[in-house]
Ligand binder design. Structure first.
Ligand SMILES: [Zn+2]
Length: 139
């Protein structure tokens, strides 16, 4: 099973996810509605990005981040990584522009920054994750 394209020297990642149905998801104590469709999540891991992406891939885990609650309902499409550059919020802006992504639910994955959200609804998956050259196999 190929889970994505991981470069161990990178610090930022994008997850392409899909919700197959309209879904109410309980995130901590907050019940949130998500419409079916494609979503992207933008995050960072200053160390060991491979381990972080693998963690997102796994379904059985102690839930910690907002995205962990969503992941349980989402189909994993793929993931890809990027160098730190101007940081995770700048990458989120870039991905949002590239995809025309919209914020369906505010403040998912952006508790510590000024962004509306790091989880965006998109009309199609973020393409660079589909085009990367180094498959990472989870086996
Ligand atoms: Zn941000």
């Amino acid at each position: 099973m190929t889970i994505g394209m991981i470069d161990d020297n990178h610090q930022l990642y994008v997850l392409n996810l899909k919700l197959s149905h309209n879904t109410h998801i309980l995130i901590g104590k907050r019940e949130v509605y998500f419409s079916e469709g494609f979503y992207v999540y933008i995050g960072s891991a200053i160390r060991n990005i491979r381990k972080r992406v693998e963690r997102h891939y796994k379904l059985e885990k102690r839930k910690h981040w907002h995205i962990d609650y969503i992941r349980e309902y989402a189909e994993w499409l793929n993931a890809c990584t990027f160098p730190l550059g101007d940081g995770e919020c700048a990458l989120k802006e870039l991905v949002q522009k590239a995809t025309g992504g919209t914020v369906e639910v505010k403040k998912i994955g952006s508790s510590d920054c000024g962004c509306d959200s790091h989880f965006l609804k998109v009309t199609s998956p973020f393409q660079p994750c589909l085009l990367s050259a180094q498959p990472f196999t989870n086996s």
